[in-house]
Design a binder for this molecule. Structure first.
Ligand code: FAD
Length: 317
């Protein structure tokens, strides 16, 4: 094993671990002798973390996410338990938390980690640079915070609910906070859970029009999936920004990603490399999207969408 102990911050939403929290446990098990999950403000999620691979778990009671408070808690736990590495998921809160914890600990911080291996007894973390056009390998020494991209690792297929592990409740005193959350309101907008979707049907500029884009939506709906889009599609106003996939959109990791009329620019590809299976439809046989797709269909994506919709309807009839 490349390291003795890894601490994994398992973020929760509505008291349940988010996917990347559980995925990181799989990664941690591969490189560490001991994996400790940290759950803040949602003690019930500790048992789930153990069932998904943690050897033991630490819970801390706290109100909803606040960077200063959560960072203070994690820093105290790292000081007390002295893990060699801390894993934090690259969610909006995770990116915020991981960087702050690393700074407070004067530890190294590797962001957007998508791979991990051992070499000469050391851990090597892989992270994309320049919008995913190159990958860098970072050899880890000393305490390091790794901020890990969702979908880069797979969570255990089935939780082992019989697995035993110690759950320790810790209390961390928080000094006066400079910022306090006085109220939080749910944004009234379309809710698009691209990050957790198992099937995504995405359209690019090649779809041609808002009218044609309805076909992308229809296929996604028939397959029980979610609609994705490239940036030009957002700029055209065919769908809302919440659907954007890529470097400045969402990073996704579905089982199936159907890319219609998408060229495969690095800024889009960097958001979809965690997909299990990519089907690309493009009229240009040299389109870069074909380099990363499992199945490539050269042709008009509007025609292909109509055929797929018809066939799925027949199968579902
Ligand atoms: C800082 C920065 C951040 C960015 N972030 C993102 C991001 O998060 N997400 C993102 O997507 N982009 C992002 N971009 C934009 C990115 O560089 C590309 O411009 C964009 O991904 C291209 O989108 P597209 O594939 O839809 O369009 P295009 O590149 O124009 O490709 C359209 C494709 O459709 C094909 N086509 C045309 N007609 C048909 C048809 N009838 N049937 C089948 N195929 C057809 C064409 O052959 C072509 O390959 C970013 C750019 C920058 C500079």
């Amino acid at each position: 094993m490349g390291c003795k102990n890894v601490m994994v911050y398992v973020e929760t939403a509505e008291s349940k671990p988010v996917n990347v929290g559980l995925e990181m446990l799989t990664a941690a098990k591969e490189v560490a002798e001991k994996v400790t999950a940290v759950v803040i403000g949602a003690a019930d999620a500790a048992a789930t973390a153990i069932a998904y691979g943690a050897d033991d778990a630490i819970t801390v009671d706290a109100a909803e996410y606040n960077t200063e408070a959560y960072a203070a808690i994690v820093v105290e736990l790292v000081k007390k338990y002295a893990p060699e590495m801390l894993f934090v998921g690259a969610t909006p809160n995770g990116k915020d938390l991981g960087a702050r914890v690393a700074a407070k600990l004067k530890a190294g911080c590797v962001t957007d980690v998508i791979g991990m291996k051992e070499a000469d007894g050391k851990i090597v973390l892989t992270a994309p640079l320049y919008g995913g056009t190159i990958y860098s390998d970072v050899t880890v020494e000393g305490t390091v915070v790794a901020i890990i991209r969702g979908g880069a690792f797979k969570k255990a297929e089935e939780p082992d609910t019989a697995k035993e592990g110690t759950i320790t409740a810790e209390t961390v005193e928080i000094a006066d906070l400079r910022a306090k959350i006085v109220n939080s309101v749910q944004e009234i907008s379309e809710s698009v859970n691209l990050e957790e979707a198992e099937i995504i049907v995405a359209g690019g500029r090649g779809v041609g029009s808002a009218e044609n884009y309805e076909l992308v939506k229809e296929l996604a709906s028939l397959l029980g999936g979610v609609v994705g889009a490239t940036r030009p599609v957002i700029e055209e106003g065919w769908v809302s920004r919440a659907h954007q996939v890529g470097q400045s959109g969402k990073i996704v990791a579905p089982k199936l990603y159907i890319a219609c009329g998408i060229s495969g620019a690095a800024q889009h590809i960097s958001g979809i490399t965690g997909s299990d299976y990519i089907v690309a439809i493009n009229k240009d046989e040299d389109a870069p999207i074909f380099e990363i797709s499992n199945i490539g269909i050269v042709g008009n994506c509007v025609d292909a969408l109509k055929i797929m919709i018809e066939e799925v309807k027949k199968m579902q009839a």
